[in-house]
Design a protein around this ligand. Structure first.
Ligand code: PLP
Length: 374
């Protein structure tokens, strides 16, 4: 842990934060390379919505652009407008949720490509193209079985007619898998069947279908452009198998106080945990406001020097108390960093203990950490 302590010493003197979030852009790029080779000859885009799952859209998008990625998906127009400011013009930016009514001109002027999810969205974009007197690009999303976003496939014939008569240049058609992380889900096969039917109906248009999980479902799911998100950031693309991705995020949090308490001592809000014996405790400086879910109360752990330090009592807004009785008496003190995410505890481990998924952990990581990009 010498390396981490040395880093903490430096960082705390500079910034005063008690949590250190390290984002390994090298690992991110290697994950992109791995995904690119898994889906080749299809291309891999990068899904950078929600500030690149909390890791920093600017740093992530720039690193992946350098590596050759030219397609970036966000969920909402404002995210794309921010990205447009710092990414080169030859990168294509897509808005998955499509546009809110009235945002068409802003979108067109910023050279951003909306995903069209409904006939009203189509008509609005088509009218914007007519009044701009130029062809405007768009992506058509169909709902192949998730009932979330996208045109119902029954509107396919009507759309085919509308495309011909419009100034909208459809770049490709897309859909999204509901169960892509389940390798043997019947729903994947059902959605694929529907997607194939649509691809035949729009012969000549490329297809985008697979997210991270879909990339690992085999070639038939790849289409021309895949849309991985979580796998880029080190999350597991498929459930129940070894995660093939490299971790991108590590999180170390400083101890702010230690104490020894006798047996029968109440710990934390509500006195919900009572020590069953004398215990040594450490309070670390991050809590649910920093994205460590309150559902970790009395569950899960942090690590020091490979030793598991169980969380005791309730997670507070700004701190968590852990049992350090398993460590030598002087191992940990004020300012020592413990591992929340790192070699001993993966994103998936923490998510499982919190009763959630890696996506929610990543996007919840708060703004109070000292962030360092490697
Ligand atoms: C979020 C999202 C993705 C990325 O999904 P991951 O599971 O993170 O790879 C791809 N496509 C759509 C439509 C999405 O909403």
């Amino acid at each position: 842990m010498v390396g981490i302590d040395a880093r903490a010493g430096l960082a705390s003197r500079q910034n005063g934060q008690s949590g250190y979030l390290t984002i390994d852009l090298g690992a991110l790029v290697r994950n992109y390379d791995q995904l690119s080779s898994v889906v080749a000859p299809a291309k891999a885009a990068a899904v950078v919505k929600a500030d690149a799952y909390g890791l920093g859209a600017r740093q992530v998008a720039n690193a992946l652009y350098e590596r050759g990625c030219r397609d970036f998906f966000v969920a909402q127009l404002p995210e794309a407008l921010i990205l447009r400011e710092f990414i080169a013009d030859d990168a294509d930016l897509y808005v998955l949720n499509g546009l809110q009514p009235g945002d068409e001109i802003t979108c067109a002027e910023a050279n951003i490509i909306p995903v069209i999810n409904s006939l009203p969205q189509w008509h609005q974009w088509s009218r914007a193209a007519s009044s701009a007197k130029r062809r405007l690009p768009a992506v058509l999303q169909f709902d192949t079985g998730m009932s979330r976003l996208g045109l119902p496939p029954c509107e396919q014939v009507q759309l085919a007619g509308l495309i011909v008569a419009s100034d909208v240049e459809v770049r490709f058609i897309m859909s999204h898998l509901a169960c892509a992380d389940e390798l043997d889900s019947v729903q994947n096969a059902d959605q694929l069947l529907e997607m194939r039917r649509l691809a035949d109906a729009f012969l000549g248009l490329d297809v985008s279908f697979a997210n991270s999980g879909g990339a690992f479902l085999g070639r038939s799911y790849h289409g021309a452009l895949t849309r991985p998100g979580i796998a880029l950031y080190g999350g597991a693309p498929s459930a129940g198998t070894k995660n093939p991705m490299e971790p991108v995020v590590s999180l170390d949090v400083a101890v702010v106080q230690t104490r020894i308490v006798p047996s029968g001592t109440k710990v934390g809000y509500g006195g919900a945990f009572v020590t069953p014996r004398e215990m040594r405790l450490a309070t670390i400086g991050a809590g649910y406001a920093d994205g460590l879910p309150r559902s970790l109360s009395d569950r899960g752990a942090v690590f020091y020097d490979g030793v598991r330090l169980p969380i005791v009592g309730r997670v507070s807004m700004d701190s968590i108390t852990v049992d350090i009785s398993g460590l030598p008496a002087t191992a940990i003190g004020h300012g020592t960093l413990v591992e929340v995410l790192g070699p001993n505890q993966s994103l998936e481990d923490l998510a499982r203990d919190a009763g959630t998924i890696s996506y929610e952990i990543l996007t919840g990581l708060g703004s109070r950490y000292h962030r360092q990009y490697r």
